[in-house]
Design a protein around this ligand. Sequence first.
Ligand code: IPM
Ligand code: MG
Length: 360
Amino acid sequence: MSKKILVLPGDGIGPEIVAEAVKVLDCLRQDHGLDAELAHGLIGGAAYDACGKPLPDETLRTALESDAVLLGAVGGPAYDALDRPLRPERGLLAIRSEMALFGNLRPAILYPQLAEASALKPEVVSGLDIMIVRELTGGLYFGEPRGIRTLDNGERQGYNTLAYTESEIERIGRLAFETARRRDKRLCSVDKANVLEVTELWREIMTRLAGEYPDVELSHMYVDNAAMQLVRAPKQFDVLVTENMFGDILSDCAAMLTGSIGMLPSASLDRNGRGMYEPIHGSAPDIAGQGVANPLATILSVAMMLRHSLGEPALADRVQAAVGAVLDQCLRTADIHTPDTRRVGTVEMGDAVVAALRAA
Ligand code: IPM
Ligand code: MG
């Protein structure tokens, strides 16, 4: 049966990079037997502009009827002054929550061709291949109560809540153990159990689950130390699992190890394998509309979609190989450009990936 993919370009560089990923999907449909239908929708600031809401009902309805969603990015300075519920980021959080996409997979892989682009020494990062499993629908981002209130003394106070139930911890834990099982079988659970009760429970449940996955070696690390270790000796890690906001921060940190945040895809999964796929970088308003953004993270997000939601692992391998081929051809967008390589724009990079797919 034909698979349904909802495409949500969003804001900033979102439409430019998503257009290149759609070319890749079209090529797979035409030449490689991918049976999929594409629908397009609005999210974020683009949706606010068109209909006054960052997540229109129609977008959500279509997303819930789709097998997978491909998202560009949301947000931009034009929307920063809006009331909080109307901001583009709220649209993104709402679709993650409404689709129950609790499991966020964020790989950080250093392509050998890009070793020079990393800010770290080549020996620290060469061969890097880590996977961050970020909890995505709970924790500090969603905890209640939250808000800004006025205290009796007239001073205002902002507050959020970091809360996890046992079942929320258990389901992200299982995804992480299963992910580690398919890799190097080492899982590091990141918490702040020396200070926060919520992560004391997190640690207890991860430890209990380890009994069911005897083939996976579980370790624990405090989040501050994990941030340091990611920069000091990142290759010690295989899979990391952590709370929503810790994962937001650590995944940006891990991204820079690879040279550019413009290279990293992500998958956000529900318990049935339906997912939303997005580059982990943001909408980059400073370079939007210039045709210079790197589309490879979005194209690699298509590869994750093929693997995790569309049941097409062989096509996922092909897309990844095509990205490797364009890097071998020394084509580089501005973010990964080094003196001895050829600088290309967004469209040229997308065309080169499609050409590599056709040649394969
Ligand atoms: C990410 C982003 C989002 C997040 C923002 C845009 C709400 O930083 O996907 O990492 O914090 O989750
Ligand atoms: Mg982030």
